[in-house]
Design a protein around this ligand. Structure first.
Ligand code: ADP
Ligand code: NI
Length: 214
C-alpha cells in the first residue's frame, strides 16, 4: 500500500480524535494499527486492508460521531478521496462494522483481515494499557472504581453492555477477562494470555488492598 495513504490516514485520525480523552483516542488507534500489522504479518493477511481498517475503525464510532455511524461517512469519504476501489472500500467498511465489542451481540469477523483488526482492538482493552483505559473510561463516565455490594452482570447484550450501571472493577469480570477466549488468531491468543495474567494479578492486589490484607 502506498505509504502516503497510510501517512494521510494517520494524520486524519490524529485530527479526528484531538479532543477525545475517553479511551478512544488517537494513540489507541495507533496502537491498534501497529498491533494489527504485527498480527497480519504472522497470519499472512492482506496488509493494506488490515492497516486501513485499523486506522479508520473508530472514526465513525457511535459515541464520537453518531450521525455518520451507520453509513461510515468519515471512513468512506477518506477512502474515496484517496481513490481506493469500491470493492476494497466495501471490504474495509464491513470489517469496521464487525470489529466493535457488543457483549453477547459481538460477532466474529468473516475474513482473516477482520480477525486481525478485531483481535488488535481487543488486545488494547487488556493488559497494562487495558487497566489504564478502563479506569480512564470509568472516571470520564462518573463511575465508581469499586463497590463490593454491586455484583458483575453476566452475558449482557449490546444495549445492556453500553447502558447498565456498574463499577470499573466489575468491567474486568463483565468484559476484560472474557476477551482472551474470544481472540480469533493464534498470534493474538498468545499475547492475550500474558496480558490477562497481568490484569488478574492487578485485580487480586487491588482487592487485597481494599480489604486491608495486603
Ligand atoms: P470498542 O473499542 O470495542 O468500541 P468500548 O467503546 O466498549 O470498546 O470501550 C473502549 C474502552 O473503554 C475499552 O478499553 C473498554 O474496556 C473501556 N470500557 C468500556 N466500557 C467500560 C466500562 N463500563 N467501565 C470501564 N471501562 C470501560
Ligand atoms: Ni477501538
Amino acid at each position: 500500500m502506498d505509504k502516503e495513504i497510510i501517512n494521510n490516514a494517520v494524520a486524519f485520525v490524529r485530527n479526528t480524535f484531538k479532543d477525545d480523552h475517553s479511551g478512544h483516542d488517537y494513540f489507541h488507534t495507533l496502537r491498534v494499527y501497529k498491533m494489527s500489522t504485527r498480527i497480519a504479518e504472522q497470519e499472512n493477511a492482506n496488509l493494506a486492508v488490515v492497516q486501513l481498517a485499523a486506522l479508520l475503525h473508530d472514526v465513525d464510532d457511535i459515541k464520537l460521531s453518531p450521525e455518520t455511524h451507520a453509513n461510515k461517512g468519515r471512513a468512506n469519504a477518506f477512502l474515496r478521496k484517496h481513490n481506493i476501489s469500491e470493492t476494497m472500500i466495501k471490504t474495509i467498511c464491513n470489517i469496521i462494522d464487525e470489529v466493535s465489542y457488543k457483549g453477547t451481540d459481538s460477532i466474529t469477523p468473516k475474513t482473516i483481515e477482520g480477525m486481525c483488526v478485531q483481535d488488535a482492538d481487543r488486545l488494547d482493552a487488556i493488559g497494562a494499557i487495558g487497566i489504564a483505559r478502563a479506569f480512564a473510561y470509568g472516571g470520564s463516565h462518573n463511575r465508581i472504581m469499586h463497590d463490593p455490594e454491586i455484583k458483575p452482570t453476566e452475558n449482557m447484550n449490546e444495549d445492556e453492555y453500553r447502558n447498565h450501571i456498574s463499577t470499573t472493577v466489575n468491567h474486568f469480570y463483565e468484559k476484560l477477562f472474557r476477551l482472551r477466549d474470544l481472540m480469533s488468531t493464534a498470534t493474538a491468543k498468545k499475547i492475550a494470555e500474558q496480558r490477562e495474567q497481568y490484569m488478574k494479578h492487578f485485580i487480586s492486589e487491588f482487592l487485597d488492598e481494599w480489604d486491608g490484607i495486603q
